[in-house]
Design a protein around this ligand. Structure first.
Ligand SMILES: [Zn+2]
Length: 56
């Protein structure tokens, strides 16, 4: 006892992604065709991708 699990904090979804231009990727929610759509947009060059991980 007395051992704290370090895995308990890794669930926080605060992962940051960076664009190739050096800007920060931010998630946006769009309404398209009556559906909610999440996209990732670079705050600097305004490039958009489906997923933050596509900015490579
Ligand atoms: Zn960018």
């Amino acid at each position: 006892m007395g051992q704290v699990s370090k895995n308990s904090r890794t669930a926080a979804a605060t992962q940051k992604f960076m664009c190739s231009c050096g800007g920060e990727i931010k998630m946006k929610t769009l309404f398209e065709g009556g559906k909610v759509k999440n996209i990732a947009e670079c705050g600097k060059c305004k490039r958009t991708e489906r997923r933050p991980s596509d900015f490579k």
